[in-house]
Design a protein around this ligand. Structure first.
Ligand code: ATP
Length: 248
């Protein structure tokens, strides 16, 4: 469904992504794991098209040059030069790291803002679905999102992304700073979303362990390169991989 090959991103002369190839099939959950600065957010920006906006902004500010090369295909179509807003219309929706909520707006307002690409009927149906998978949000719907806990904020960020009617959801470090209990609950919810809505999902994280139970396939990023990949069970069965990457 979403496929990247030969993806390269330079920030000035620093290579942030080095010839990365990755694919995510329909209905699949794909994990991308890597340490701080491995290039996870850069990859999500390249897949979602945000990188084009960042590159343009930097160019207009006369600042540092960002160079982007390679290929991104969505359902067979080359989308490398398509802006993020256009990719979102095709169903490629990014849920960015650190959530980026509208803190001065309520939970319900945040969700409604997320529905900018939806018809009224879709928005109504999806809102009911978001409250079904995250019942805590319904109870908090009039609360300003700045006053939510980290876990509630992440539920809201995922809920808001769902309101945009994704066909593939890009989740950038959704578990950052959350308790193990909340991490497990969120991962169960993500799997439920895939199962019930048939949405493909690419999820990045620093630590693979809480995410592994739900992925079909995973990639390991190191210094901008995909150094290892495989189906979940193969990766989990490899003792070296387990010790080095999964802390188990
Ligand atoms: P983290 O877990 O810290 O979010 P990450 O795996 O998401 O890390 P990226 O944010 O993609 O990593 O960053 C990859 C590398 O590119 C890092 O060395 C980072 O400092 C650098 N980098 C990211 N954005 C920029 C930018 N706008 N200008 C210059 N360098 C950047």
């Amino acid at each position: 469904m979403l496929e990247a090959s030969g993806l390269m991103v330079f920030y000035e002369n620093m290579l942030a992504l080095n010839n990365v190839a990755l694919r995510c099939g329909e209905d699949e959950i794909v994990g991308v794991f890597g340490a701080n600065s491995a290039g996870k957010s850069t990859l999500m920006y390249a897949l979602s098209g945000i990188m084009l906006d960042v590159e343009k902004k930097e160019r207009m500010a006369g600042g540092e040059r960002i160079t982007l090369a390679g290929e991104v295909r969505y359902r067979g179509r080359d989308i490398m030069n398509l802006k993020a807003s256009k990719r979102a219309r095709l169903g490629i929706v990014l849920c960015p790291e650190r959530r980026r909520l509208f803190k001065e707006s309520t939970v319900l307002e945040n969700l409604k803002i997320g529905a900018y690409l939806a018809t009224a009927a879709q928005a109504k149906e999806t809102l009911a679905y978001v409250f079904k998978i995250f019942p805590a949000l319904e109870k908090l719907k009039t609360r300003l999102s700045g006053f939510l806990s980290g876990g509630e904020q992440q539920m809201l960020a995922i809920g808001r992304a769902l309101m945009a009617q994704p066909k593939i959801l890009l989740l950038d470090e959704p578990l950052l700073g959350l308790s193990p209990l909340m991490q497990a609950m969120l991962m169960r919810a993500v799997r439920e979303i895939r199962d019930e809505r048939r949405i493909a999902i690419i999820v990045t994280e620093q630590y693979a362990r809480p995410v592994m139970p739900i992925v079909d396939y995973a990639f390991i990023l190191e210094n901008g390169s995909a150094v290892l990949e495989g189906v979940r069970d193969d990766l989990m069965d490899n003792p070296d991989v387990k010790a080095a990457y999964f802390g188990v």
